[in-house]
Design a protein. Structure first.
Length: 104
């Protein structure tokens, strides 16, 4: 009888200890409120709030851009022809600069 009583009492004690531990278990991600708070947390929250405002402004910013599928197709140009046009523009710019400086 004493042996059964000891086994029953021990089993009951182990069961109560397991139940107590299950009840007191903290969920994953639990942060103890008595733990010291990092002073950088406020700064991080502020930066996150600022970045959310920037994301909200993105739609307004992108509305001014022309979507790629709406852009008029530029006809392909001969590279030699384009090169001649660029050089002609450059020569005329040099001529204008020389005329404004009084050089001949």
């Amino acid at each position: 009888m004493n042996r059964r009583f000891a086994l029953l009492t021990g089993g009951l004690a182990v069961g109560l200890a397991a139940l107590w531990r299950l009840i007191r278990r903290k969920p994953p991600g639990w942060v103890d409120s008595t733990a010291p708070v990092d002073e950088r947390a406020g700064e991080l929250r502020q930066r996150l709030d600022e970045s959310r405002a920037v994301v909200d402004d993105r739609g307004e910013f992108e509305s001014a851009e022309t979507p790629v599928d709406e852009v008029d197709a530029v006809p392909p140009q001969d590279p030699a022809e384009r090169r001649r046009a660029v050089h002609a523009e450059g020569r005329s710019a040099v001529d204008r600069m020389r005329d404004s400086n009084g050089e001949s």
